[in-house]
Each structure stands twice: as structure tokens, then as C-alpha cells.
Write a protein of this length. Structure first.
Length: 375
């Protein structure tokens, strides 16, 4: 976040400060010492504070450098004196409602900002005059964004360092965040991976669209050559797909780790090839259809007549494959084939019954799980 340091260079800043020793200090010397400490903390712009010239106006450089949309911090270093006569802070605040657009008061700033006023005076000195009320009004004009800092105790270098140390703690402390997930939590700078999961174990939201209480998902990037998408996939409902998000597995014996947690169903990474032959036969028919000379005419005729013979042929093919399945095949493979064969056979009759939504029932399969003791 950009920071602008504004130094009060009025004549009141040249007032001497009683400090033990032979060297005479002025308030502007204390004011220069505070930002120097701030710049040492930020590790830049340290030498710029030593070149100060007396001036009554400041150049507006925030909008030229960073624009109006970048949040900025304004640090105003002043002794709190309001001045006398026309052009003073007290006169400007009293005539605030009498100004026009060409001579508007600088506050509120035309950019997002926080105003920090560093007073080279203690609280008792500011309360003895109207300085504290006017400075608080400056904070109010800046939409309440900012804070007033005063010196605690007598004016000396040590107390100035303490005051700017409070500013550093408030406005220049590194942001600290903690990422929490169920029973696990970690700092953002120290992110630990607790496990990995296969993309095949993730379900699609259109398939499982039942809003349950314990239902987890994940966001991931799907980058392609022409476009990139932010995808959201959902796990199966419940806490079983994510063992780490269940109840705290640690018991009374903390020295014994319960990880890795074993899921109830043992996953099999064996590829199910019981339908490969059927898929190959269907692909042969589609390849032959692409070799026709009048492909658009063929596709239009197929859409018009419904291609009932092809549906009936695929239905008979699936019925034959169901009888030829080996004993090692998963039980869900036979049930899925029979359901698909029945739907295709019903559609090949040409009746309107197959258009009913009640006949299109998606059968839930779990080829990667196990049925009883069979994987």
C-alpha cells in the first residue's frame, strides 16, 4: 500500500525543545527523527527526510503516481499548532461550508486513504487548546479512516521513537492469516498437504444433485489452449470420501498416529474391459457411416426415421454380451448392461413410452468398490 509522509514545515516547528545536553533541538528535528525510524522499518526513502525546505503548500502526487483506486496511507507529522489568521487550519475548518469547487478543502482526499497524524506534542499540550478537536475533525472529514498519535511524556527522542513504533505496529505489520479446514489449521506461509485424491473419485454436480448437509467438493483449474475454466466438482455425499474431514481420529494415546486412515471400500485400479468388445463393434458401425458419400443425407434420414434397426442391433449385442461375461466381472457390469439393453429395446419399438422420464433411470454403479468380499 503506498504511503505519503506530509511534514509540517510552519514556523511553529522551529520552537526549541528542552533536552538535556549542549545540543539544541527543535520540534522539526524530532519530527524528522520519527519518519526516519519509519523509513528504516520500510527500508527505503530514508535519505529523503533530511532534505526539507520551508513551504506552505504541498504538491499532490498521489493521483499522478498511483491513481485514485489504490489505497494509500497519509502520515502527517505536525506539532499541532493551528496557526493564526486567514489560511490557517482553524480558519479553514471554520469556513469549510463556504468553499466552492474551485477552492475545496483537501479532505476528504480524492482517493482511498487512511490519515495518520503524528503530533510532536503530548496530550496535555493539545487539550489546552483547540488543536485536538481540529485534528479529530480532520479524521472525521476523511470518512473516519485514520488515527491520531501523541507523545507519551516529555518531548525527547526516545518518546518519539515509541510513538512511531506504535504507528508501525498499527499500519505496517505484515498481514497474518491462518488457513483452517475441519480439524486441520496452518499459517498461509506454511501450507501442508495432508493427502491426495484421484480425479476419478470426484463426482459431477449434475449426476449427484441432492443438497445434503455433509457434502464436500473442490475447485480446480481446467486450462486449455483457447480458454481456461474454473471448475467445481463434488465428492460423493457424506464424510466417507474425505477421511481427513471426519471426526478427530486422535484418541487418548496421542503418541500413536491413526494415519493413514483406511476407507471402508478398497479401491481397485484394474481397468474394467468387459464392455470393450461391444464398444469396438459400435465404433465399426459409426466408421462405416462416415465413409458414405452423402453423409448429410444419411444423417438426416437417420434422424427422420429414428434408426430403429441400429438401436435394436445394439440391444441384441448387449444382450449377447451379458451372457458371455466372465465370472471375474463385477456384478454391476451385468446389471448396467441389462438396464441399457432394456432401454434400447424399448426405444427401438418406435413407441412413445420410451420418452417418459420414468423409464430413463440412471443406475448408480461402483466399479471401484467391492460387493461383499469381491473386488
Amino acid at each position: 500500500m503506498p504511503t505519503v509522509v506530509v511534514m509540517d514545515v510552519s514556523l511553529s516547528m522551529t520552537r526549541p525543545v528542552p533536552v538535556e545536553g549542549t545540543e539544541e533541538f527543535q520540534r522539526k528535528h524530532l519530527a524528522a527523527h520519527g519518519p526516519t525510524m519509519l523509513f528504516e522499518h520500510c527500508y527505503e526513502l530514508q535519505a529523503g527526510i533530511h532534505s526539507l525546505d520551508s513551504s506552505t503548500r504541498s504538491i499532490r502526487v498521489v493521483q499522478q503516481e498511483w491513481g485514485a483506486s489504490i489505497p494509500s496511507q497519509i502520515v502527517l507529522v505536525t506539532d499541532g499548532c493551528l496557526g493564526i489568521g486567514r489560511g490557517s487550519l482553524q480558519h479553514s475548518l471554520s469556513t469549510l461550508n463556504q468553499r466552492n469547487d474551485s477552492n475545496r478543502f483537501p479532505l476528504p482526499f480524492p482517493f482511498v486513504s487512511k490519515l495518520y497524524i503524528m503530533c510532536m506534542a503530548n496530550l496535555e499540550e493539545l487539550q489546552s487548546s483547540d488543536s485536538l478537536d481540529c485534528l479529530e475533525r480532520l479524521i472525521d472529514l476523511n470518512n473516519g479512516e485514520g488515527q491520531i498519535f501523541t507523545i507519551d511524556g516529555p518531548l525527547c527522542l526516545k518518546n518519539v521513537q515509541s510513538m512511531f513504533g506504535e504507528l508501525i505496529d498499527v499500519a505496517y505489520t505484515p498481514f497474518h492469516a491462518v488457513l483452517s479446514g475441519e480439524n486441520l489449521s496452518s499459517d498461509v506461509s506454511d501450507l501442508e498437504v495432508v493427502g491426495f485424491i484421484d480425479i476419478a473419485d470426484i463426482s459431477s454436480p449434475p449426476v449427484l444433485s441432492r443438497p445434503l448437509t455433509n457434502w464436500h467438493g473442490m475447485l480446480y483449474s481446467q486450462a486449455q489452449q483457447k480458454k481456461s475454466n474454473l471448475m467445481m466438482s463434488l465428492f460423493e455425499p457424506g464424510s466417507e470420501p474425505l477421511p481427513d474431514c471426519q471426526e478427530n481420529p486422535y484418541g487418548e494415546e496421542d503418541n500413536k498416529s491413526p494415519f493413514p486412515l483406511q476407507p471402508k471400500s478398497k479401491r481397485s485400479y484394474h481397468k474394467c474391459d468387459c464392455m470393450d468388445k461391444t464398444k469396438t463393434d459400435v465404433q465399426k458401425i459409426l466408421r462405416n457411416a462416415r465413409s458414405f458419400q452423402k453423409k448429410p443425407t444419411f444423417y438426416k434420414a437417420a434422424l427422420a426415421f429414428g434408426f430403429l434397426d441400429l438401436l435394436k442391433g445394439v440391444s441384441d449385442m448387449l444382450e449377447r454380451e451379458c451372457t458371455l461375461l466372465p465370472d471375474t466381472a463385477h456384478p454391476d457390469a451385468a446389471s448396467s448392461s441389462r438396464m441399457l439393453q432394456a432401454q434400447l429395446k424399448l426405444a427401438s419399438t418406435g413407441s412413445s413410452e420410451h420418452l417418459l422420464m420414468i423409464t430413463h433411470i440412471v443406475l448408480y454403479n461402483n466399479f471401484s468398490g467391492r460387493s461383499s468380499d469381491r473386488i
